[in-house]
Ligand binder design. Structure first.
Ligand code: SF4
Length: 378
């Protein structure tokens, strides 16, 4: 990890998580910040590359648990929920939307997480028959800083007594610090996978493909379920062969019973990201494809290109695994139908289908029987 300096908001100096992080990162200079607002203002315009080497420990005033922002009505979204306890990421993917989305460049950890358990409880209580999927990898990589924060350990403990699926999404191989799961196996560690050339050229500071797969094996041996996200698929000269080889490799190593779900999504980004990529990564190829502005304002490959890539990847997955749950991230009904011959009726139906698949395939999760009427509202 490249953290060179820690800034500690004086108001959270005594928080247990602050103390734990300072202990773990002993030796890195720490600066106590007395005037939070002035500090934020002074750091706002530093380059992101510099910001990724600075850690800001502070508090967050609003709720930590939120609905995943991918809810544009023109695309099917899976009703995922996210916990934003950390923002920004020490890894450096060229296509990372956080580069244009976040307004503050430092890696920020909110250490006042005492209310988190209560927030999760009230979400689950509102719709007790619904299976919530909640993840920490929306505004950061779920595991990149975890060896120092051990934040996920507390979440795992929380999940062990509740009825939801907790997901950690990562491009690292940091699973050594995760505790063995002894009770309920409702925690999934999932990896974003890409062709090895894309990993080398577009996903800086992440673990190589082999290391991600080995980490997934280690996670399974500790009792975790795993998931894989072919997202973002990037069109390169060899995409078909490369993704095909990766899927074949997965099938040799993992049984369908280990895999909770697989997702497929193609590269998409807000137009403002292009300038950032051009400046930070002049050799990147992510903004050079044949792209069009989608109904949500994001750039994405033309529909025939997306459909062709999805069809090839989907059929390769199905060649090996007939029952694993496969979904598309932020795609429209037409594309779903063109690729699978089927499309969920709406976001709630897609949400229900997750529950139905997991209920059928994983009896040990002891899920309630899914009922379509429990998935009637967003
Ligand atoms: S791992 Fe995710 S959050 Fe981190 S830089 Fe890459 S895309 Fe962004």
């Amino acid at each position: 990890m490249d953290i060179e300096r820690i800034y500690l908001d004086q108001s959270v100096e005594e928080k247990p998580l602050s103390q734990k992080i300072l202990q773990r990162l002993e030796g890195i200079p720490v600066e106590i910040v007395k005037d939070r607002d002035r500090f934020i203002e002074s750091m706002q315009s530093i380059p992101l590359t510099l910001g990724k080497r600075k850690l800001w420990l502070t508090h967050f005033k609003g709720p930590f648990v939120k609905r995943c922002p991918g809810t544009d009505q023109n695309y099917l979204c899976c009703n995922y929920w996210v916990i934003n306890q950390q923002t920004n990421c020490p890894l450096d993917c060229t296509y990372c939307v956080l580069q244009s989305y976040l307004t503050f460049p430092l890696i920020t950890i909110y250490v006042n997480m005492e209310q988190l358990g209560g927030e999760i409880d009230s979400l689950l209580q509102k719709e007790p028959n619904r299976l919530f999927r909640i993840g920490t990898g929306e505004l950061t990589d779920s595991l990149a800083l975890n060896p120092f924060t051990e934040f996920n350990q507390e979440l795992i403990q929380c999940a062990s007594t509740k009825n939801f699926i907790l997901e950690f999404k990562t491009k690292t191989d940091f699973v050594g610090h995760l505790p063995p799961l002894t009770g309920k196996k409702n925690v999934v560690v999932s990896w974003s996978l890409n062709a090895d050339t894309v990993i080398r050229e577009e996903e800086f500071k992440t673990a190589p493909l082999e290391a991600r797969l080995e980490a997934a094996e280690r996670a399974i041996s500790k009792g975790y379920r795993v998931g894989f996200h072919f997202d973002p698929i990037i069109e390169t000269a060899e995409w078909e062969r490369k993704y095909g080889e990766t899927i074949d490799k997965l099938s040799e190593t993992f049984s369908e019973n280990d895999i909770l779900w697989l997702s497929i999504g193609s590269l998409r980004y807000p137009p403002a990201l292009k300038n950032v990529v051009d400046i930070r990564f002049p050799h990147s190829r992510v903004t050079t494809g044949e792209m069009v502005r989608g109904l949500d304002g994001k750039m994405r490959y033309l529909r025939p290109i997306r459909t062709e890539m999805y069809q090839k990847i989907y059929s390769r997955i199905r060649k090996h695994w007939k029952n694993v749950f496969v979904y598309f991230c932020m795609e429209n009904e037409t594309v779903w139908k063109e690729v699978t011959g089927f499309a969920p009726e709406d976001n709630n139906h897609l949400d229900y289908l997750f529950h139905e698949n997991l209920f059928r395939r994983f009896p040990d999760l002891q899920l309630s029987e899914p009922k379509r009427r429990d998935y009637a509202t967003n």
